[in-house]
Write a protein that binds this ligand. Structure first.
Ligand code: SF4
Length: 303
């Protein structure tokens, strides 16, 4: 593990306009007691998320003390995350761990802090633990060698909520471009990893058939759609209205896209919600639709 750049006591530092306030976390594994989510614990090496997606409702969680106005403008690295995880690894026997429910584990600052990487190294030493890693960023490729060491114990999920990078620039202005995500997906698959794509929360699509084709040709093993959930009085509603994208709130639109995308992958075997990352000899193509909310980074609760 690289030495952290900051200590707990260090004052906030600006990394290219990002306010970084490291902390010593009190806990790192958050139990997920609802079987439908398919993992026993959530693990978030950071609080806050520099991707700052405009629909992200983590911005309203109680831990987001900065309020939603500067969501995406601050990140709190949990500097002791790997050590905490190591001390609690006894909980992880035959469990699945999800990274991350309330942050992107490969947001840009991971390049400096390597907390996700350090946590993964701990998880690698837990031989019965499965790992579900979910991101929007090609930065995940910096850990490719480490990820390969997990073998069948690891599934990588990519959120690609739209096929149109113009839409992405409005709804996720600080997150990586859509073509970069597909390129990363393809590299991961080529390296032998099991990769799923989540069109979630579903945003406006220009060519859903083309999106489905891209998924099939890239060799991913799952593709699913999840609908958007707005906060109360969510300013994101105005963004949708201004751009004439309110259809993403229409269940019929979501169903239509879901039908197109899920029809693209032949079902080899249905995964189970309880155990979607179960080791298997063959890649598992699931038509699984995760429970709501379906954006893994937006599951209820915080890490
Ligand atoms: S949706 Fe995910 S990637 Fe986007 S800001 Fe929220 S936690 Fe970060």
């Amino acid at each position: 593990m690289l030495a952290p750049l900051l200590s707990f006591e260090a004052p906030p530092v600006l990394f290219q306009d990002l306010k970084v306030e490291p902390e010593e976390a009190r806990s790192i594994l958050r139990p997920q007691r609802d079987d439908r989510y398919g993992f026993g614990y959530a693990l978030s090496p950071y609080r806050g998320c520099a991707h700052g997606c405009r629909y992200c409702y983590v911005r309203e969680y109680p831990h987001a003390l900065h309020g939603s106005s500067d969501w995406g403008g601050w990140v709190t690295p949990k500097l002791n995350a790997p050590e905490l995880l190591w001390s609690q690894r006894h909980k992880l026997h035959e469990q699945a761990v999800f990274l991350a429910t309330a942050t992107d584990p490969y947001q840009p600052i991971e390049r400096e802090f390597r907390l996700t990487r350090a946590c993964l190294k701990v998880l690698l030493d837990c031989p019965t633990t499965r790992v579900l890693l979910h991101t929007r960023s090609a930065l995940v490729l910096q850990d490719l060698d480490l990820l390969k060491d997990f073998g069948d114990r690891l599934t990588v999920g990519f959120s690609i909520p739209t096929d149109d990078d113009m839409v992405r620039q409005v709804v996720e202005p600080k997150a990586p471009p859509i073509p970069t995500r597909w390129a990363a997906v393809e590299r991961l698959v080529k390296a032998g990893l099991r990769v799923g794509v989540a069109a979630t929360p579903l945003m406006a699509m220009t060519d859903p058939e083309g999106f489905a084709r891209r998924g099939r040709e890239s060799g991913i093993s799952s593709l699913w759609v999840g609908s958007l959930r707005l906060l109360k009085n969510d300013p994101f509603y105005e963004v949708l209205a201004r751009n004439q994208w309110l259809k993403v709130l229409d269940p019929d639109y979501v169903e239509e896209i879901r039908g197109i995308l899920q029809g693209a992958l032949p079902a080899v075997r249905r995964g189970t919600r309880k155990n979607p990352g179960k080791p298997c000899a063959q890649p598992v193509v699931t038509r699984l639709v995760p429970p709501q909310p379906t954006h893994p980074s937006l599951f209820e609760g915080i890490g």
